[in-house]
Design a binder for this molecule. Structure first.
Ligand code: NAD
Ligand code: IPM
Ligand code: MN
Length: 364
């Protein structure tokens, strides 16, 4: 199997966590005699500083010529006063749009071993296994008009969707639900917003194509609460762009840390893989970042861009097995630091790789 992967570490902890994910992928390639090639380019704040733009043309060209793109995170406090279209985040939105993936899969899984790290009671979180399907190319992020008119003191963004944009992401979510527990919860604000009424009507229409999947609708405000009260109630959760951004970070409370969450964006020309978390300027450069979200993102590359399900599963098993030990990054030891051996980003990566080597050795 040949795979050309573009690595965009980005800013803050981005490169720290993608380094660990790449090391894991290199081990998988070696063990299975696969040919994975890795190319690096700049995006975000580092690209603003060195190239004068958050998404250099060369980065985008490389991305379009790759089989998969692995992105760490972008953003930094020094760019916070820039207007949205000049910030590091603009580079991320531009590459998302150019690669064309519209379905952002964000699994949130409550590992038994991390239950104590959640402020929710163990019996609430244990067994929770949710797959958020976040629409990634529409809504407020891309809708026009958008403006901050400083002269009049007005500003506006536009939450805009077409029926086709809703239909295509809904189909992805229904198909995924068919291979899971066959339940789909669609999130909207149809009691207030026309755009949500279109969303709900379209989801109901697409539901006829998937009679084996049970559909329910929740308003986003109530959903934010239900997710904390009864996370095990949810299987596939389908959302528009901003609602999915917010609810997926909230789901870090179920999992125990934002640093655990992976994502894959599919449906376009080239799939884009990013951990859910950001550049975490508060801990960057100190070896404190949890690389497991990025490593689980590497597993999603193997699953969705390479068809290497066995290897993807091996990575996920290795992560779970490490969590069964006393090893934790600081964010995962929060609840009771004295009970654990606290590891740096690279040391945690090394633990996963050692465990993975054993799993791969048994299988070969
Ligand atoms: P953040 O996700 O960077 O951090 C939120 C909190 O979670 C922080 O306390 C951070 O230390 C912690 N955290 C995040 N990832 C962690 C990890 N792997 N291990 C341990 N702890 C972790 O969100 P923020 O602070 O609101 O944003 C910082 C910057 O990141 C902003 O510029 C934002 O726009 C950007 N951002 C980028 C992406 C992306 O590139 N995909 C995603 C989210 C935020
Ligand atoms: C995420 C991030 C991004 C988003 C930002 C940095 C543009 O929060 O990937 O969740 O809002 O999509
Ligand atoms: Mn986010």
């Amino acid at each position: 199997m040949k795979l050309k992967i573009l690595v965009l570490g980005g800013d803050g902890i981005g490169p720290e966590v993608t380094n660990e994910a790449v090391a894991v992928l290199k081990d998988v390639a070696e063990a299975g005699e696969h040919e994975f090639t890795f190319t690096e380019r700049r995006i975000g704040g580092v690209a603003i500083v060195q190239d004068g733009t958050p998404l250099p043309a060369d980065t985008l060209n490389e991305a379009l010529a790759s089989d998969a793109v692995l992105l760490g995170a972008v953003g930094g406090n020094e760019f916070n006063s820039l207007p949205p279209d000049q910030r590091p985040e603009a580079g991320l939105l531009k590459i998302r749009s150019a690669l064309g993936g519209f379905a952002n899969l964000r699994p949130a899984f409550a590992y038994k071993e991390l239950a104590a790290n959640s402020p929710l009671r163990q019996e609430i979180v244990e067994g929770a296994d949710i797959l958020f399907v976040r629409e990634l190319l529409g809504g407020l992020y891309f809708g026009t008009p958008r403006e901050w008119n400083k002269a009049t003191g007005e500003s506006w963004n536009t939450m805009r969707y077409t029926r086709d944009e809703v239909a295509r992401v809904a189909r992805v979510a229904f198909k995924l639900a068919q291979n899971r527990r066959k339940k789909l919860t669609s999130v909207d604000k149809a009691n207030v917003l026309e755009v949500s009424q279109l969303w709900r009507a379209t989801v109901n229409e697409i539901a006829f194509e998937f009679p084996d999947v049970a559909v329910e609708h929740q308003y986003v405000d109530a959903m934010a609460m239900h997710l904390m009260n009864q996370p095990r109630n949810y299987d596939v959760v389908l959302t528009e762009n901003l609602f999915g951004d917010i609810l997926s970070d909230e789901s870090a409370v179920i999992t125990g840390s934002l640093g655990m969450l992976p994502s894959a964006t599919i449906g376009g020309k080239v799939n884009l893989y990013e951990p859910v978390h950001g550049s975490a300027p508060d801990i960057a450069g100190k070896g404190l970042a949890n690389p497991l979200g990025a490593i689980l993102t590497a597993a999603l590359i193997l699953r969705h861009s390479a068809g290497l399900e066995t290897e993807a599963h091996a990575i996920e098993t290795a992560v779970r097995k490490v969590l069964e030990t006393e090893y934790r990054t600081p964010d995962l030891a929060r609840a009771n630091p004295n009970a654990f051996v606290v590891l740096s980003t690279t040391a945690m990566g090394a633990q996963v790789r050692e465990t993975l080597q054993n799993i791969l050795a048994v299988r070969s």
